[in-house]
Ligand binder design. Structure first.
Ligand SMILES: [Zn+2]
Length: 612
């Protein structure tokens, strides 16, 4: 499950649930819990190292799935060449490879030099300075301005830019917030992305961050979790002692003491900096795994039901990790989503194969394991852009993500409002299984069904709930309820069979959404209601859609719009947009500039308060 959409999911799963009557439990699952356990033990093993997209462990998992598909006689829909994005999709294998942006690495050409009193001093990368993980690649020169903690938030009555010229300068700032008091009203402004955004928007050339005096030498050299979305400005971090050389002995101490009291300590320095940051983007290749079972009905076999689950997880951690430690550790992802992947394998065995008990399906079936899900639903989004069978032929998509932690026979079923016929299908499918289903009509969600919902496809999302191990190294196989999972898979199989044999194809509908905002009241978090695309490589924020009744919709934003400015601030990526949004209050009217086709359109949006 993709962490950035998690709040979206929370709303859909808990605010909108309606408990569907539970049936008396009698029938057990026909799926073997031992087999479920076997698959899970391999997929969530040390050997697969968390199945990070683009990593060897992920490739091994994909090959395991392909081998299983082959053993059940599934027809391959992809290519044999797992790592070749140019490979023809010729049905010779099960892979659909795609390239993705895998963040940035630390290059070798990082330089920092300073001109002071006619003397040039060169500093050593890794020892004296290091590019920030938020740094853009590039070069910058300029006079240095010391700007306290670099907090430029006039609306919060704190402006470290006061009295100094920022434009075309290099901003030198302290990391953190005055006094670093966690409960200070300024605490939220300590975020480096926000400081960098403000510096860039004020026209600064670069940012230099002074690390605390007492900081660990490793704090300087650490360069992990560099996502592809940089801040659009070169940023370097320097040791405290280095900045002391520039301000003069004792001067930095007293300036910091001043800033800690909330006073303005800003001043221009007689120092010129030259900075080069070498943080090149990294591209990796990963693959979806796709198998096909042809339907038995001469006409209906042209329609397809897709059942899927993502095979990737977080590997050794990274940006999606919620682990307290930033040390690389295997994130096993037993529940997320070795459990769903196991579901796909069990269903492949059930509907494929040549056994006499094999259920006959009138419509065709695509079984698919997605990669890149944890990085923003990349695999499913890629498939909907480059479908191997035309999307028009897809009648529904069923998704399993985190189905391994069933407790008290309870689970959540999402998307039940996305087809008129869903209730008619899943209610009898649960007969005899006795699963207590909390259903949510919403097709939005933090997993791959969302990509298909955005293409106006009916979706169902099978899910046994969040837990404290979510996205941490402790999501391990010993915590899986194998019997419960076998039961969920039986429910999926029943729904699948009923969907594939339903007399008509399903009727997509947009579920009626409960309002997400109160629309009134000031203070608190701001609600806009856009659905950003996390896999696009455009400059700006591409919208996959807008929520019904949201400020974004009322303001006239549409699917396909690319937000390039929010108020007066430019927006280069989703992170920029988040920072820009934080600077407003509910009730504020904001001009939002979007690219729509070849046009640039400015729309006025009145922000609302987010319902907590
Ligand atoms: Zn996840």
């Amino acid at each position: 499950m993709f962490a950035k959409y998690k709040t979206v999911w929370r709303v859909s799963a808990f605010a909108l649930v309606a408990l569907i009557g539970a049936f008396p439990a009698s029938a057990q699952s026909a799926f073997s819990k031992e087999r479920v356990q076997e698959h899970l033990q391999y997929l969530a093993s040390d050997e697969l190292r968390g199945r990070g997209s683009g990593d060897v462990g992920n490739q091994k998992a994909a090959r395991y799935i392909a081998k299983e598909f082959a053993s059940y006689g599934l027809k391959p829909l992809g290519t044999r060449r797992q790592n070749d994005t140019n490979a023809p999709i010729d049905g010779s294998g099960y892979f659909q490879p795609f390239a993705f942006n895998a963040g940035r690495t630390l290059g070798k050409q990082n330089r920092l030099s300073v001109e002071r009193d006619g003397k040039t001093t060169k500093y050593r990368a890794q020892k004296d300075f290091q590019p920030s993980t938020l740094s853009s690649p590039g070069e910058a020169q300029g006079e240095v301005v010391f700007a306290g903690y670099g907090i430029h938030e006039p609306k919060a009555n704190h402006d470290d830019y006061q009295g100094v010229e920022i434009k075309d300068r290099v901003v030198l700032l302290l990391s953190g917030t005055p006094g670093n008091a966690p409960n200070s009203p300024l605490a939220e402004f300590g975020d480096m992305r926000r400081k960098a955004f403000n510096a860039r928007e004020a026209g600064a050339k670069a940012v230099i961050v002074v690390l605390p005096k007492e900081s660990d030498p490793q704090d300087l050299t650490r360069f992990t979790h560099a996502t592809s979305a940089h801040s659009g400005i070169p940023i370097a971090r320097v040791r405290y002692a280095v900045a002391e050389e520039w301000l003069g002995a004792g001067v930095l101490d007293s300036a910091k003491a001043q800033a800690d009291k909330g006073e303005t300590a800003s001043r221009a320095l007689n120092v010129k900096i030259s900075l080069q940051t070498d943080v090149p983007p990294q591209t990796k290749v990963t693959a979806n795994v796709i198998g096909f079972i042809e339907g038995s009905d001469p006409v209906l076999k042209n329609e397809v039901v897709i059942v899927g689950a993502h095979l990737d997880h977080l590997g050794m951690g990274g940006a999606g990790s919620l682990s307290r430690s930033s040390k690389p550790m295997i994130h096993y992802g037993a529940d997320d989503n070795a459990s769903g992947t196991t579901g796909v394998l069990m269903l492949a065995a059930h509907f494929g194969g040549s056994g006499a008990n094999r259920p006959v399906l009138k419509r065709s079936l695509i079984l698919m394991c997605f990669s890149g899900e944890e990085m923003g639903l990349l695999g499913s989004a890629y498939y909907t852009r480059k479908p191997i069978l035309p999307l028009e032929r897809v009648t529904a998509m069923l998704n399993m993500d985190m189905i391994g932690r069933m407790k008290n026979d309870e689970m959540i079923l999402g998307g039940t409002g996305t087809a008129k016929e869903w209730k008619e299908i899943f209610t009898p499918a649960n007969e005899g299984l006795g699963i207590k289903i909390s259903s949510s009509d919403n097709g939005f969600g933090a997993s791959d069904h969302f990509s298909f919902f955005l293409q106006n496809k009916p979706v169902l999302f099978f899910f046994t709930g969040l837990h404290p191990d979510y996205h941490t190294p402790t999501d391990t196989v010993d915590k899986i309820n194998f019997e419960g999972e076998a039961k969920v898979i039986q429910l999926v199989a029943n729904c699948l069979e009923r969907t594939a044999n339903f007399p008509t194809s399903l009727t997509f509908q947009k579920p009626v959404q409960t309002a997400q905002s109160t629309g009134a009241g000031r203070g608190g978090r701001v609600y806009f209601g856009s659905i950003p695309n996390y896999s696009a490589t455009v400059v700006g924020v591409l919208l996959d859609g807008v929520r019904e009744g949201s400020p974004a919709e009322k303001g006239g934003l549409k699917q396909g719009d690319i937000i390039i400015k929010f108020g007066e601030k430019s927006v280069k990526n989703v992170e920029d947009y988040t920072v820009a949004l934080q600077q407003y209050k509910p009730g504020d009217k904001v001009p939002v500039t979007v690219k729509r086709g070849n046009d640039t359109v400015v729309l006025m949006v009145t922000l609302a308060a987010r319902k907590e």
